[in-house]
Design a protein around this ligand. Structure first.
Ligand code: S3P
Length: 190
């Protein structure tokens, strides 16, 4: 169930988007940051830039645990200085136990919800590059199982937004509406 905590007491200084693969975190994040006039960072792109390799290459050459370590490190560093930042994370970041619960005050977490069937359909339309789906003969079954494992962690986000039948602009509008009480457009610099 959506916990909807209502308007935050103080405007958020940063928004972190979490959720399953192909939920639209990057596209929504970029558009949200543009609307707010905030900085946008895509965590996967940041990891790739720093490692000088693509995510499938990191998975293939060093394994998933190494990718998770890079992901945790880059996410922690970005959220240590979160002013006026929209961070789109990869699907595994918000699925780490306690990560959303322990976010510093002022960082609004948003779970972009997507059904596994919709996620796989969207992912197949996009370029390959998701090792956790690409290696399965039945990606829908794999997505269902992975989402079931992760849902409890994603659900700790402060806002839950359904993306299934929406385009990214509608999702951005939903987020802004839900943030409205926090007056995000007048969020201070410091
Ligand atoms: C992953 C999701 C991917 C990427 C990596 C692992 C996951 O990001 O970080 O392939 O564990 O769900 P997207 O959620 O942007 O596809």
């Amino acid at each position: 169930m959506d916990p909807d905590p209502g308007p935050a007491e103080t405007p958020p200084r940063a928004v972190v988007l979490v959720g399953f693969m192909a939920a639209g975190k990057s596209r929504v994040g970029r558009a949200l940051a543009e609307t707010l006039g905030w900085r946008f960072v895509d965590l996967d792109a940041e990891i790739e830039r720093e490692a000088g390799r693509t995510i499938p290459e990191i998975f293939a050459e060093e394994g998933e645990p190494r990718f998770r370590a890079l992901e945790a490190e880059a996410g922690g560093r970005l959220l240590a200085a979160p002013d006026r930042l929209v961070l789109a994370t990869g699907g595994g970041w918000g699925a780490a136990e306690g990560r959303l619960r322990d976010l510093p005050k002022g960082i609004l977490s948003v779970w972009l919800r997507v059904h596994p069937e919709v996620a796989v359909e969207r992912a197949l339309r996009q370029a390959p590059g998701r090792p956790l789906l690409d290696r399965h003969d039945d990606p829908v079954a794999a997505a269902r199982a992975l989402l079931r494992e992760r849902e409890g962690c994603y659900a700790e986000a402060a806002l839950h937004i359904d993306t299934n039948e929406k385009d990214p602009d509608e999702v951005v509008r939903d987020i802004l509406e839900r943030m409205h009480g926090a007056d995000p457009l007048s969020a201070p610099h410091t």
